[in-house]
Design a protein around this ligand. Structure first.
Ligand SMILES: [Zn+2]
Length: 61
């Protein structure tokens, strides 16, 4: 069963779905800023998660 990431709209296997942990809720704010229609419980793909995490901590790998 495929999962469509609501952020980048790419389809991918469901096991690449990431639900953002509560400790990372500032990432949620960044995503909602760019995707106001996105709902936290929808999750997002690992790629998007890494992307926004990187924005939050620029310069860190
Ligand atoms: Zn994505």
């Amino acid at each position: 069963m495929q999962y469509r990431c609501p952020v980048c709209e790419m389809e991918m296997p469901r096991d690449l779905l990431v639900v953002i942990p509560h400790t990372e809720e500032h990432i949620v704010d960044i995503i909602k800023d760019k995707h106001p229609e996105w709902v936290e419980s929808n999750g997002l793909c690992k790629k998007c998660y890494e992307h926004y995490k990187q924005q939050l901590h620029p310069g860190k790998e």
